[in-house]
Design a binder for this molecule. Structure first.
Ligand code: ADP
Ligand code: MG
Length: 252
Protein backbone atom coordinates (compact mmCIF):
# COMPACT_ATOMS: atom_id res chain seq x y z
CA UNK A 1 0.00 0.00 0.00
CA UNK A 2 1.15 3.54 -0.78
CA UNK A 3 0.00 6.01 1.87
CA UNK A 4 0.35 9.69 1.11
CA UNK A 5 -0.63 11.63 4.19
CA UNK A 6 -1.16 15.39 4.07
CA UNK A 7 1.76 16.04 1.78
CA UNK A 8 2.66 19.59 0.83
CA UNK A 9 5.37 20.91 -1.45
CA UNK A 10 6.23 24.56 -1.90
CA UNK A 11 8.58 26.42 -4.16
CA UNK A 12 9.19 29.78 -2.51
CA UNK A 13 5.78 31.12 -1.63
CA UNK A 14 3.97 28.94 -4.19
CA UNK A 15 2.33 25.75 -2.96
CA UNK A 16 2.42 23.24 -5.80
CA UNK A 17 1.16 20.19 -3.88
CA UNK A 18 -1.31 21.19 -1.23
CA UNK A 19 -2.10 18.81 1.68
CA UNK A 20 -2.61 15.79 -0.54
CA UNK A 21 -3.74 12.56 1.08
CA UNK A 22 -4.05 9.46 -1.05
CA UNK A 23 -4.04 5.75 -0.32
CA UNK A 24 -3.26 3.34 -3.12
CA UNK A 25 -3.92 -0.28 -2.27
CA UNK A 26 -1.71 -3.05 -3.54
CA UNK A 27 -2.60 -4.20 -7.05
CA UNK A 28 -4.36 -2.42 -9.86
CA UNK A 29 -3.73 0.51 -12.12
CA UNK A 30 -4.28 4.09 -11.03
CA UNK A 31 -4.14 6.92 -13.55
CA UNK A 32 -3.18 10.40 -12.38
CA UNK A 33 -4.61 13.10 -14.62
CA UNK A 34 -4.89 16.87 -14.50
CA UNK A 35 -3.92 20.03 -16.34
CA UNK A 36 -0.32 21.07 -16.94
CA UNK A 37 1.26 22.33 -13.75
CA UNK A 38 -1.30 20.58 -11.51
CA UNK A 39 1.46 18.95 -9.45
CA UNK A 40 1.32 15.43 -10.91
CA UNK A 41 5.07 15.08 -11.48
CA UNK A 42 5.87 16.73 -8.16
CA UNK A 43 3.63 14.27 -6.33
CA UNK A 44 5.13 11.28 -8.17
CA UNK A 45 8.66 12.51 -7.52
CA UNK A 46 7.95 12.79 -3.81
CA UNK A 47 6.48 9.26 -3.68
CA UNK A 48 9.56 8.00 -5.54
CA UNK A 49 11.77 10.04 -3.21
CA UNK A 50 13.37 12.00 -6.01
CA UNK A 51 12.51 15.26 -4.25
CA UNK A 52 11.79 16.04 -0.59
CA UNK A 53 8.41 17.16 0.72
CA UNK A 54 7.83 20.13 3.02
CA UNK A 55 5.06 18.62 5.11
CA UNK A 56 3.36 15.29 5.58
CA UNK A 57 4.55 11.73 5.13
CA UNK A 58 4.60 9.00 2.51
CA UNK A 59 4.81 5.31 3.24
CA UNK A 60 5.25 2.40 0.87
CA UNK A 61 4.28 -0.86 2.57
CA UNK A 62 4.78 0.89 5.91
CA UNK A 63 8.27 2.07 4.98
CA UNK A 64 8.53 5.82 5.40
CA UNK A 65 10.13 7.03 2.17
CA UNK A 66 12.18 9.72 3.85
CA UNK A 67 13.54 7.40 6.55
CA UNK A 68 14.15 4.23 4.57
CA UNK A 69 17.51 3.46 2.99
CA UNK A 70 17.36 4.26 -0.72
CA UNK A 71 18.27 0.81 -1.84
CA UNK A 72 15.70 -0.89 0.31
CA UNK A 73 13.05 1.37 -1.16
CA UNK A 74 14.34 0.82 -4.69
CA UNK A 75 13.53 -2.85 -4.32
CA UNK A 76 9.91 -1.95 -3.58
CA UNK A 77 9.14 1.03 -5.76
CA UNK A 78 10.49 2.17 -9.11
CA UNK A 79 9.85 5.42 -10.92
CA UNK A 80 10.03 6.64 -14.48
CA UNK A 81 10.53 10.39 -14.42
CA UNK A 82 8.97 12.68 -16.96
CA UNK A 83 12.34 13.98 -18.06
CA UNK A 84 15.05 11.44 -18.61
CA UNK A 85 18.44 12.85 -19.41
CA UNK A 86 21.05 10.30 -20.17
CA UNK A 87 24.42 11.74 -20.91
CA UNK A 88 26.46 8.55 -20.96
CA UNK A 89 26.55 6.62 -24.20
CA UNK A 90 24.52 3.66 -23.05
CA UNK A 91 23.04 0.88 -25.13
CA UNK A 92 19.43 -0.18 -24.63
CA UNK A 93 20.68 -3.32 -22.91
CA UNK A 94 22.95 -1.33 -20.57
CA UNK A 95 20.06 0.96 -19.66
CA UNK A 96 17.65 -1.89 -18.94
CA UNK A 97 20.29 -3.59 -16.79
CA UNK A 98 20.60 -0.40 -14.73
CA UNK A 99 17.20 -1.38 -13.36
CA UNK A 100 18.95 -4.26 -11.57
CA UNK A 101 21.38 -1.94 -9.78
CA UNK A 102 19.52 -1.93 -6.42
CA UNK A 103 20.02 -5.69 -6.26
CA UNK A 104 23.54 -6.22 -7.49
CA UNK A 105 25.32 -2.87 -7.82
CA UNK A 106 26.42 -3.52 -11.36
CA UNK A 107 27.90 -6.98 -10.75
CA UNK A 108 25.52 -8.69 -13.14
CA UNK A 109 24.30 -12.08 -11.94
CA UNK A 110 22.56 -14.90 -13.77
CA UNK A 111 19.30 -13.70 -12.25
CA UNK A 112 19.87 -10.18 -13.58
CA UNK A 113 20.46 -11.62 -17.04
CA UNK A 114 17.22 -13.57 -16.81
CA UNK A 115 15.33 -10.43 -15.86
CA UNK A 116 17.04 -8.57 -18.71
CA UNK A 117 16.11 -11.19 -21.30
CA UNK A 118 12.52 -11.41 -20.07
CA UNK A 119 12.10 -7.64 -20.15
CA UNK A 120 13.71 -7.21 -23.58
CA UNK A 121 11.39 -9.91 -24.88
CA UNK A 122 8.32 -8.51 -23.19
CA UNK A 123 8.99 -4.99 -24.46
CA UNK A 124 9.93 -6.24 -27.93
CA UNK A 125 13.26 -4.45 -27.75
CA UNK A 126 15.28 -7.33 -29.21
CA UNK A 127 16.12 -5.61 -32.52
CA UNK A 128 17.18 -2.45 -30.66
CA UNK A 129 19.08 -3.94 -27.74
CA UNK A 130 22.58 -3.06 -28.95
CA UNK A 131 21.71 0.42 -30.16
CA UNK A 132 22.89 3.44 -28.19
CA UNK A 133 20.15 5.60 -26.72
CA UNK A 134 21.12 8.53 -28.92
CA UNK A 135 20.51 6.32 -31.95
CA UNK A 136 16.84 5.81 -31.11
CA UNK A 137 13.69 7.74 -31.88
CA UNK A 138 11.95 9.45 -28.95
CA UNK A 139 9.34 6.71 -28.76
CA UNK A 140 11.90 3.90 -28.90
CA UNK A 141 13.89 5.58 -26.14
CA UNK A 142 10.75 5.91 -24.07
CA UNK A 143 10.14 2.16 -24.38
CA UNK A 144 13.72 1.49 -23.29
CA UNK A 145 13.24 3.64 -20.18
CA UNK A 146 10.01 1.86 -19.28
CA UNK A 147 11.87 -1.44 -19.76
CA UNK A 148 14.52 -0.29 -17.29
CA UNK A 149 11.81 0.42 -14.73
CA UNK A 150 10.13 -2.95 -15.30
CA UNK A 151 13.48 -4.74 -15.01
CA UNK A 152 13.75 -3.32 -11.49
CA UNK A 153 10.90 -5.73 -10.74
CA UNK A 154 9.33 -3.82 -7.86
CA UNK A 155 5.84 -4.35 -6.47
CA UNK A 156 5.05 -0.65 -7.00
CA UNK A 157 5.71 1.10 -10.29
CA UNK A 158 5.32 4.85 -10.85
CA UNK A 159 5.38 6.07 -14.43
CA UNK A 160 5.27 9.77 -15.19
CA UNK A 161 3.83 10.02 -18.70
CA UNK A 162 4.92 6.62 -20.02
CA UNK A 163 3.12 7.34 -23.30
CA UNK A 164 5.30 10.38 -24.06
CA UNK A 165 6.39 10.30 -27.71
CA UNK A 166 4.59 7.05 -28.48
CA UNK A 167 2.51 6.70 -31.63
CA UNK A 168 -1.01 5.22 -31.49
CA UNK A 169 0.15 1.68 -32.01
CA UNK A 170 2.89 1.84 -29.40
CA UNK A 171 0.74 3.76 -26.92
CA UNK A 172 -1.91 1.05 -27.04
CA UNK A 173 0.75 -1.68 -26.94
CA UNK A 174 2.29 0.00 -23.89
CA UNK A 175 -1.05 0.21 -22.09
CA UNK A 176 -1.87 -3.43 -22.83
CA UNK A 177 1.54 -4.41 -21.63
CA UNK A 178 1.22 -2.43 -18.40
CA UNK A 179 -2.20 -3.97 -17.85
CA UNK A 180 -0.65 -7.43 -18.29
CA UNK A 181 2.20 -6.64 -15.89
CA UNK A 182 -0.38 -5.48 -13.39
CA UNK A 183 -2.73 -8.45 -13.77
CA UNK A 184 -0.28 -11.29 -14.29
CA UNK A 185 2.47 -10.18 -11.92
CA UNK A 186 0.24 -8.52 -9.32
CA UNK A 187 2.05 -5.20 -9.64
CA UNK A 188 0.68 -1.87 -8.51
CA UNK A 189 0.99 0.71 -11.25
CA UNK A 190 0.46 4.44 -10.85
CA UNK A 191 0.89 6.40 -14.03
CA UNK A 192 0.44 9.96 -15.23
CA UNK A 193 -1.39 10.34 -18.51
CA UNK A 194 -2.99 13.16 -20.50
CA UNK A 195 -5.36 11.15 -22.64
CA UNK A 196 -8.51 10.84 -20.54
CA UNK A 197 -9.80 8.01 -22.72
CA UNK A 198 -6.66 5.99 -22.13
CA UNK A 199 -6.95 6.71 -18.40
CA UNK A 200 -10.52 5.49 -18.32
CA UNK A 201 -10.08 2.55 -20.66
CA UNK A 202 -7.12 0.89 -18.97
CA UNK A 203 -7.26 1.92 -15.30
CA UNK A 204 -9.11 0.77 -12.23
CA UNK A 205 -9.02 4.19 -10.67
CA UNK A 206 -8.56 7.76 -11.85
CA UNK A 207 -7.18 10.46 -9.56
CA UNK A 208 -7.35 14.04 -10.82
CA UNK A 209 -5.16 16.84 -9.55
CA UNK A 210 -5.69 20.51 -10.08
CA UNK A 211 -3.74 23.34 -8.47
CA UNK A 212 -1.95 20.85 -6.24
CA UNK A 213 -5.13 19.31 -4.83
CA UNK A 214 -7.05 16.14 -5.53
CA UNK A 215 -10.28 17.21 -7.20
CA UNK A 216 -11.59 13.79 -8.19
CA UNK A 217 -10.87 10.22 -7.15
CA UNK A 218 -12.91 7.27 -8.29
CA UNK A 219 -13.48 4.55 -10.84
CA UNK A 220 -13.37 5.40 -14.55
CA UNK A 221 -17.14 5.72 -14.93
CA UNK A 222 -17.36 8.27 -12.12
CA UNK A 223 -14.57 10.25 -13.82
CA UNK A 224 -16.07 10.09 -17.31
CA UNK A 225 -18.86 12.56 -16.57
CA UNK A 226 -19.02 15.82 -18.53
CA UNK A 227 -19.33 18.02 -15.43
CA UNK A 228 -16.45 16.26 -13.66
CA UNK A 229 -14.12 16.55 -16.64
CA UNK A 230 -15.16 20.11 -17.44
CA UNK A 231 -14.40 21.21 -13.90
CA UNK A 232 -10.94 19.62 -14.04
CA UNK A 233 -9.85 20.61 -17.54
CA UNK A 234 -12.04 23.58 -18.50
CA UNK A 235 -13.08 22.12 -21.84
CA UNK A 236 -16.49 21.11 -23.15
CA UNK A 237 -16.85 17.36 -23.07
CA UNK A 238 -19.36 15.04 -24.66
CA UNK A 239 -19.43 11.43 -23.50
CA UNK A 240 -20.30 8.72 -26.02
CA UNK A 241 -20.37 4.99 -25.63
CA UNK A 242 -17.79 3.13 -27.68
CA UNK A 243 -17.47 -0.65 -27.44
CA UNK A 244 -19.61 -0.50 -24.32
CA UNK A 245 -17.35 1.99 -22.53
CA UNK A 246 -17.59 5.76 -21.99
CA UNK A 247 -15.52 7.76 -24.43
CA UNK A 248 -14.88 11.49 -24.11
CA UNK A 249 -14.95 13.78 -27.11
CA UNK A 250 -13.53 17.24 -26.47
CA UNK A 251 -12.49 18.50 -29.89
CA UNK A 252 -14.01 21.36 -31.80
N1 ADP B 1 11.98 23.02 -9.29
C1 ADP B 1 10.89 23.82 -9.36
N2 ADP B 1 10.97 25.11 -8.95
C2 ADP B 1 9.89 25.92 -8.99
N3 ADP B 1 8.68 25.55 -9.41
C3 ADP B 1 8.54 24.27 -9.83
C4 ADP B 1 9.63 23.36 -9.83
N4 ADP B 1 9.18 22.17 -10.28
C5 ADP B 1 7.87 22.34 -10.57
N5 ADP B 1 7.48 23.61 -10.31
C6 ADP B 1 6.13 24.15 -10.47
O1 ADP B 1 5.25 23.33 -9.75
C7 ADP B 1 4.03 23.22 -10.42
C8 ADP B 1 3.70 21.74 -10.62
O2 ADP B 1 4.61 21.19 -11.52
P1 ADP B 1 4.51 19.68 -12.00
O3 ADP B 1 4.38 18.81 -10.81
O4 ADP B 1 5.66 19.42 -12.89
O5 ADP B 1 3.14 19.69 -12.82
P2 ADP B 1 2.49 18.59 -13.76
O6 ADP B 1 3.37 17.39 -13.76
O7 ADP B 1 1.14 18.32 -13.19
O8 ADP B 1 2.37 19.23 -15.11
C9 ADP B 1 4.16 23.98 -11.72
O9 ADP B 1 3.55 25.25 -11.56
C10 ADP B 1 5.65 24.10 -11.90
O10 ADP B 1 5.97 25.27 -12.60
MG1 MG C 1 4.44 16.45 -15.24
Amino acid sequence: MIEVDNVTKRYGSTTVVDSVSLTIAKGGMTAIVGPNGAGKSTLCSMIGRLIPMDEGSIKVDRFDVTATKGERLARRISILSQENHVTARLSVEDLVLLGRYPYTHGRTTVEDREHLEATIDFMELGPLRHRFLDQLSGGQRQRAFVAMVLCQDTDYILLDEPLNSLDMKHAVAMMKLLRRVCDEQQKTIVYVVHDVNIASWYSDRVVALRDGRIVHDGNPSSFMQPEVMESIFEVDVVIREVKGKPFAVYYG
